[in-house]
Design a protein around this ligand. Structure first.
Ligand SMILES: C[S@@+](CC[C@H](N)C(=O)[O-])C[C@H]1O[C@@H](n2cnc3c(N)ncnc32)[C@H](O)[C@@H]1O
Length: 236
């Protein structure tokens, strides 16, 4: 934990080293805001990595379970004494939780980023967690998985609680929320919100196209330069 406020703020903005939290700064601020409001009794984290998010789950929750297939997760016991690590797949962890009839008041999903993984994690989390936050709802594979898991379920959800962003390797980030309360509550919203995800996809496609075009022009320019050099060398 950083003691100096400016140091902490710089860390949240991604300006200082080392960075353990694999989320964008707006996502970090949002998650801490949610945790500050909820102060969960028992929180569940799917995807520990280097424990960036775990640090704040530990700070705001009474107890936390964190799951990761990487053995690095076991180090968490030395760092935060209210966090229990499980080194296994989330699929296996859910089997344990189901068997023990455990319930969590908060869950954050950021583990297997395939469609199947996102689907499975959200489907299982919805069975035992009250409020669920999903990371990378802007990633097309994850988004499809999350949507599939919610199909036919009467829950409140918003896949664009926080919109994601365009990176050179695709669309990533974004936070979604699912709550085990009747979706009828959605009618109580002050303003209706429309998703701008389709626009984000279009923007990404346009950027990718122009990036490819630039690369193609650059490649041909380099080819032409070498050809000219060869010709000049031959003439001289
Ligand atoms: C993106 S990182 C998590 C980052 C973390 N939430 C943060 O913000 O700092 C994803 C993690 O999920 C783990 N993971 C991937 N598939 C998994 C699975 N099926 N079960 C458990 N952990 C998994 C990876 O080992 C990796 O550490």
């Amino acid at each position: 934990m950083k003691n100096n406020k400016i140091e902490l703020f710089n860390y949240f903005l991604g300006l200082s080293e080392p960075q353990h939290w694999m989320m964008a700064s707006n996502e970090r601020f949002t998650i801490v805001g949610i945790l500050e409001l909820l102060r969960p009794s028992l929180a569940l984290e799917l995807g520990y990595s280097e424990g960036g998010c775990t640090e704040y789950l530990s700070k705001y929750s009474k107890n936390v379970y964190t799951i990761d297939t990487d053995q690095n997760v076991l180090k968490v016991s030395e760092l935060f004494d209210n966090v229990i690590p499980l080194e296994m797949t989330t699929e296996k962890a859910f089997q344990i939780f189901f068997r023990k009839k455990m319930r969590f008041d908060f869950c954050i999903i950021d583990a297997d980023h395939t469609t199947e993984g996102a689907f499975r994690d959200l489907r299982d989390a919805m069975k035992i967690a009250d409020i669920i936050i999903m990371h990378d709802t802007s990633n097309p594979q994850c988004r499809v998985g999350y949507k599939l898991a919610m199909q036919g379920k009467d829950v409140y959800f918003d896949l664009d609680l926080l919109e994601g962003h365009i990176q050179t390797d695709g669309l990533w980030g974004g936070l979604g929320i699912v709550m085990n309360i009747k979706s009828g509550l959605i009618e109580n919203r002050l303003t209706k919100k429309f998703s701008t995800y389709d626009l984000l996809i279009k923007e990404f496609e346009a950027k990718a196209k122009s990036h490819k075009k630039k690369k193609y022009i650059e490649m041909n320019r380099n080819l032409l330069k070498t050809l000219i050099k060869k010709i000049i060398n031959k003439i001289l």
